[in-house]
Ligand binder design. Structure first.
Ligand SMILES: Nc1ncnc2c1ncn2[C@@H]1O[C@H](COP(=O)(O)OP(=O)(O)O)[C@@H](O)[C@H]1O
Ligand SMILES: [Mg+2]
Length: 259
């Protein structure tokens, strides 16, 4: 089983669409077992950053490494087989399949053609269902009939069936009620406790930073701040910019201009 957490090292990454860069020289490291949350305004390039990390967008400059491995030459499926699990913001479950089949697919694509028995799969499923007890009772039901929060849990559970070295989440709480978002983040805290390396985007700054040890502020495709998440959550500049107490903050803008 994979499961060994790996460091993610992004260095000088530029990437974008149709020859036009959206990201400009983005660098950060998530140590093995660490968790980093990316925050930033809409359109700042957060999802683009994750797509470039998982291999859905080519880099125009820079590098991405997982542990000792340079991911540059690898396409997205090859990165997935290496232990990189990605849950995009939308379209992340097979709606017309049962919850159990969704989990099975998360397992099968890594183990197809290998002699990994169904006992091993059941063991992994058991482990995953302990993280998401709420979906256990719904295993035989259609994934598409679940609530948004439950679908998000199925998507994350399917990703975890891969026993990934790195879990990448794009706005896991998007579209959820405040209560369901809080519940989902309780699960993310339990996932973290298993020692996995975690990279996520979260528009709920409070929840997202509470779930991470490092916060990264992205604005206009550039890293504006990387700092311990606990400090960032209380940072006036971040609070004012992203928690909506003020539309503009001179200190953060000044820091950005100086960098
Ligand atoms: N598939 C795409 N083709 C062209 N431009 C895109 C595409 N996806 C996103 N963009 C552009 O890239 C910028 C960053 O988008 P995105 O990474 O989705 O931001 P965020 O996730 O921070 O809201 C935006 O200007 C957006 O319009
Ligand atoms: Mg996005």
């Amino acid at each position: 089983m994979m499961d060994t957490p790996q460091a993610l090292v992004v260095a000088g990454m530029s990437a974008g669409y149709r020859g036009k860069d959206i990201l400009h020289g983005v660098s950060f490291t998530v140590p093995p077992g660490g968790a980093l949350t990316v925050i930033g305004p809409n359109g700042s390039g957060k999802s683009t950053l994750l797509k470039a990390v998982v291999g859905l967008l080519p880099l125009s400059a820079g590098s991405v490494r997982l542990g000792e491995r340079d991911l540059g030459p690898l396409d997205a499926p090859a990165r997935a087989r290496l232990g990189l699990a990605y849950v995009p913001q939308e379209g992340n479950v097979f709606a017309n399949l049962s919850v159990a089949d969704n989990l099975r697919l998360g397992w099968e694509f890594l183990h197809a053609g290998r002699r990994a028995g169904s006992a091993a799969r059941r063991q992994r499923q058991e482990y995953v269902l302990e993280l998401f007890p709420e979906i256990r009772a719904r295993l035989s039901g259609s994934a598409g009939l679940l609530s948004g929060g439950q679908r998000q849990m199925v998507a994350m559970a399917s990703a975890l069936m891969q026993a990934p070295a790195l879990l990448v989440l794009d706005e896991p709480s998007a579209g959820l009620s405040p209560r369901n978002a809080a519940l989902l983040f309780e699960v993310i805290a339990r996932i973290r406790a298993t020692g996995i390396t975690l990279l996520m985007i979260e528009q709920n700054v409070r929840l997202g930073l509470a779930a991470a040890d490092t916060g990264l502020v992205l604005a206009a495709g550039q890293v504006r701040l990387v700092a311990p998440a606990a400090g960032l959550a209380g940072d006036d500049a971040v609070r004012q910019l992203y928690l909506g107490t003020r539309a503009h903050d001179t200190r953060l803008a000044g820091a950005a201009a100086a960098s």
